[in-house]
Design a protein around this ligand. Structure first.
Ligand SMILES: Cc1cc2nc3c(=O)[nH]c(=O)nc-3n(C[C@H](O)[C@H](O)[C@H](O)COP(=O)(O)O)c2cc1C
Length: 405
């Protein structure tokens, strides 16, 4: 990933001194068919993470017109630093078999999430075409096919990255889905199964030939999992191989990384996954950085408000949704609170201690109490704490995030 005279440091709390080309910036917009993605930034699909609450949280947190965004205010796409939201991946088989009420649970989204894409995985062309129709009828702006997931249960049924070894099948799927919907259709894939079988260039060309509206590349092989660094040079090669928009993905942790990816690869948009729960300001920071050349960093107070706001949104959604028994909803909510608190405090001073305390919490209120105690102690001290070495080390992506895609 080195090259072109600048280096990319992958640690968000480091001083940012990069020799970035003056013209380098994340594009103001990208078009996927008729869908305008402005700015050209995309929240990556993440199973277990990018549900409707998280997506709306990110959209609101991405407001960059004030330094203290009002999480209750309506946010239009044009105001948010995040140009496109994506759902978690959904099984096409499951979707086409489910009853209407259960489908709604998987495909719920709110008006302020537009533009939003739904991601599907599966291996059967007819089932995927069917599921894509359901996605269109539900009102999504685009449908995306997952060809990247390395999880065994998905690959085992030939879905996700399993399909990377079967290009003829992918072609059939592209055709069937393309015929079944009029909304834009995109695909997200990895480089290939392994280094001996890199297929991303052929796949991108095939996507273009079959009328897809864009491609997203997570620049690692399936065998690589999440190890090593994403190989952005392949994003550049895909970009040179097709005329449809190319979305670059892999290892963006800071605004500098986002701009560097565009500068190095020429990609039309950047997609951000793991950095979003760890640093929900990332989209706002990219927008600010693009506009002004610098960006604000969160204070302890900002962090505290942000985590409280997200928890409140989770609790409100659990209260509002009727699709599960109450105990199950509360269980799910406290699980999400724990997960988020864990990710959100990676790289934060004292974060390791808080994570250990949260690990033993059993309910949402218990998680909340630990979080309150942690931030109140930090605020009472009146100084912005410096992250300890063990917390800085944790600014690497946490291992429990490395699940899919
Ligand atoms: C917890 C988790 C769940 C994921 N789930 C999906 C998924 O459902 N579909 C998908 O295409 N990729 C999935 N991915 C992969 C991300 O979309 C993204 O490609 C990957 O994390 C690399 O981007 P990043 O370096 O910005 O995180 C997942 C990643 C994580 C960490």
């Amino acid at each position: 990933m080195a090259g072109k005279g600048f280096t990319v440091k992958k640690d968000w709390d480091n001083p940012k001194v990069y020799a970035m080309p003056a013209e380098a910036r994340v594009p103001a917009e990208m078009r996927l068919g008729p869908v305008v993605v402005a700015p050209a930034t995309v929240l990556a699909p993440m199973a277990g993470v990018t549900d409707t609450v998280f997506r709306r949280f990110i959209r609101h947190a991405s407001l960059f017109t004030t330094s203290a965004p009002d999480l209750d205010a309506p946010v239009t796409n044009a105001q948010s630093g995040c140009g496109l939201l994506m759902t978690e991946f959904t099984s096409a088989d499951g979707l086409s078999r489910m009853r209407e009420t259960k489908r709604q649970r998987y495909l719920t989204f709110y008006d302020d999430e537009h533009p939003i894409g739904a991601q599907l995985f599966g291996a059967n062309p007819e089932t995927l075409a069917d599921a894509a129709r359901i996605v269109q009828e539900t009102g999504f702006d685009l449908v995306d096919l997952n060809l990247g997931c390395p999880a065994k249960r998905v690959v085992g049924s030939n879905g996700g990255s399993g399909l990377l070894r079967d290009l003829p099948r992918i072609e059939e799927i592209f055709r069937a889905v393309r015929k079944s919907v009029t909304i834009p259709f995109t695909v997200k894939f990895r480089l290939g199964w392994n280094d001996n079988d890199i297929v991303c260039l052929d796949l991108a060309r095939m996507a273009e030939a079959e009328g897809l509206n864009g491609v997203a590349l997570h620049a690692r092989t399936r065998e690589q999992g999440y190890s090593g660094q994403a190989r952005w040079e392949w994003i550049a090669r895909v970009k040179q191989s097709v005329g449809i928009p190319v979305i670059g993905n892999g290892d963006i942790r800071t605004p500098e990384d986002a701009v560097a990816m565009v500068a190095e690869t020429g990609c039309d948009a950047v997609m951000i996954g793991r950095a979003a729960p760890a640093n929900p300001w990332i989209f706002r920071q990219i927008a600010q950085y693009t506009a002004t050349g610098s960006y604000e960093r969160p204070t302890v107070d900002d962090r505290y408000r942000m985590i409280r706001a997200y928890f409140q949104m989770l609790l409100d959604e659990a209260e509002a949704s009727k699709d599960l028994p109450k105990a199950a909803r509360l269980g799910e909510t406290s699980g999400k609170m724990k997960q988020f608190a864990t990710w959100f405090t990676h790289g934060v001073a004292g974060g390791a201690k808080l994570r250990a305390a949260i690990y033993h919490a059993r309910t949402g209120p218990e998680v909340l109490a630990q979080v309150d105690a942690f931030f109140n102690a930090q605020l009472a001290s009146g100084v912005e704490p410096e992250a300890a070495p063990e917390d800085k080390a944790a600014a690497e992506f946490p291992e429990d995030m490395q699940e899919c895609g």
